[in-house]
Each structure stands twice: as C-alpha cells, then as structure tokens.
Design a protein around this ligand. Sequence first.
Ligand code: NAP
Length: 379
Amino acid sequence: MGKIPVGVLGATGMVGQQYLALLARHPWFEAVYVAASPRSAGKLYREAVFGKWQHAASYDAERQCWDYGGTYAPQVGDLTVEDAGNVEKAAELSRKGKLSFVFSALEMDKDAVKALEERYAAAGIPVVSNAQANRWTEDVPMLIPEVNWAHAGIIPAQRKNRGWDKGFIVVKPNCSIQSYMIPLFALLDKGYELKRVFVTTMQAVSGAGFPGVPSLNVLDNVVPFIGGEEEKTEQEPLKIFGRLQDGKIVNAASPVIAAHCNRVPVTDGHTACVSVEFGAKKPGIDEVKSIWRAFQSYPQEHMLAMAPEHPVIIREEADRPQPRKDRLMEKGMAVTVGRVRPCPLFDIRFVGLSHNTVRGAAGGGVLNAELLKEMGYIG
Ligand code: NAP
C-alpha cells in the first residue's frame, strides 16, 4: 500500500524543515504539499529554504544513528511552495485523494493562524498543529500521546460542534513543558498526587524560530524572559492532565505550577530544573526512578513509528542531562532526566531535557499523526 500523502504549512520555517527531514524517511507518511507565506509561494522548495537554517535532526543511514544534517526528500526540493492562505488549492488535492491531512507549523498572528487552521479543517483537511492558536479552543485536544492519547476521542464532538465532515484540529503543547510532562504523568499515573511544581527552564535558541534571537543578544548571555512562555508552562499541563467529559476537556485543578523561563545560548534542547510537591502519599527517590524506568509509550502493543521505546531515560552521572549529549536520545523523542534527589522545599527535584524541535515540535506532531492514524481518524 502507498504512503499517506501529507502537507506541511509553514514548511520553510525551523519546525517546517524539521518536519520534512523526519518525513523523508517516514514509513507511513509522504510529504507532497508544502506551503508558507506569500514571500515563499511560487518558489521551488529548495530555493525557498536556501540559506535558511537547515539544521534538522534525522536518521543517518550510513552511521545508523540519529544526528544533525537531516534534510527533506529530493522530490520535496522540487515541489512548488504554495501560499498557505490558498486553502482551495489544498482542498482540490484532498478531493482528488492526493492530500490526506496537513501539519501546521505556521508562525504568524495567533488569530490569523486560528482562522486559517479552521479553514483547512472546514475544507475537509485534518490539521495536526504545532501553533499555539488553537491550544485553548475548548473542543481541540492538546496531545502528548504517552499522557493523554484518549483526549483524541473528542474529535467526533469537535466535528459535530463545527459541522465539519472529515476535517478536525488537534494541537501539541508548547515545547517548554515537554522536558517534564511525561515524568510527572508517570508519577501521577501511579497514584501520586501532584500538588505543586516549581520549574525553571533553560530554552534553546531554535525555540524562537528562524532567524530567532539576534546572536548578539544571546551569545555569552542568558535572557530571563520569553514572551508568553511562563503562562503556557504554567497552564497547558492542566488541560493535558484534564479529563474528557460530555464532549469537553475539563482541566485538572492541580498541580499549581510556578515557572521561570530563560533563553540560553544552546542550539537545540530545552532543559528544566523541576521541584515537585506530592499529596499525602509520597514516593521515595528509588520508587520515582523505578516508575520512570518502567514507563512505556502509548499502548506498547501499538508501538508508533516515532514513539520512543523508553520515553524517560535516567542518567545517574552527577552532570547529566546535557543538551549536546542527550537531546537525540531515542530519535530525539525521549525525555532524559538526571539529578533525581530530595528537595528541601518540596519533596523531590530533578533535571529534565528534551529536544525542542523534535519532541517539542515536529517529532511530537508526527507522533500525534501516527496516533490519529492508529485510532482511525486519518488515513
Ligand atoms: P519560523 O522558523 O519563524 O517559521 C515560520 C513559518 O511560518 C515559515 O514557513 C513562514 O513562511 C510561515 N509564515 C509566516 N508568515 C506567514 C503568513 N502570513 N502566511 C503563511 N505562512 C507564513 O517559526 P518556527 O520556529 O518554525 O515555529 C513554527 C510554529 O511552531 C510556531 O507556531 C511556533 O510557536 C511553534 N513551535 C515552535 C517550536 C520551536 O522549537 N521552534 C517548538 C514548538 C512549537 P516564510 O518562510 O515564507 O516566511
């Protein structure tokens, strides 16, 4: 059977290029449609991205490992970039069975992204989004498959609410929370109530897109502010930990999260220093580590192509995790944790690390699409 034809909106950006590097070798999906701003529209894809970033992680077949230097498939370089605003072009391909769904990696005004993603969905094209625009839309699930895959079950209600036939929208959360959400969920899942979380993030420059933070602002420096990031870090986990009820996602009431988000001169990989306070029942450090070691991806029997075999990897060395050494673990999809120890203010503390453009962006989006295929929503 042939591969499922997919599109990437925002294909020329940092995340869009990472999508195309991951899709170049994907077993189920094939990129056939690339779209971006009117600035890029009409150019061949390889011309539109010439001189832009191209620092994607992908599988190096010769050395048989994941590394940098990944790029799009040769035939993608010859695609003409479409104007993402020209939904009719994509709808025509969809009607002919030549486009199944799109990944959205658009960076533009939030309301404009929301309206555009809704136009794609209304035209019958499912949207698997990275953008923040629809994260707080009530009937749109914000998915991390290992944590809340069941929230995808809201899709029929979403279609019904909007009168959409085939289209729908799902989103993935902000990259800043990926370094600790799976470890926290693993503990919650074992019955340890999460009361309060104190988190300080050290976020890579690639998180700001291309061209991103001016080099003279960030080299030899730490910038203790990233617009909107602390709010997302504190609030998005509550939707993800929420429950599906009557066609809606009801947010969890806890944990209360306090976040400090910093931009640091690292290319890829967001690090988070996390302190956690539990409810009455508190796990010891050994129990925490054994829960994380045993935690498995979204039902293991349906192992998804992009899913890490071990979603949480524990490093015992005193100086790990480190972005350069640990960000590509398990295809860039694992969270690497270290320095797991008691906390004198709360109960435990640890350092978590995840790759922001893979697990935190394109890899997370591909994993969401794999989940939706497995659940029968796309294909
Ligand atoms: P980026 O490098 O700035 O890329 C932005 C993309 O959006 C480009 O393809 C650009 O096309 C396109 N675009 C801009 N204005 C447009 C318009 N008016 N109409 C249509 N397309 C337009 O940004 P990024 O870092 O890839 O981020 C993309 C999305 O992912 C954002 O919503 C971001 O918040 C989210 N995200 C990013 C990360 C990360 O680590 N970078 C992590 C998680 C989520 P042109 O090239 O033609 O201008």
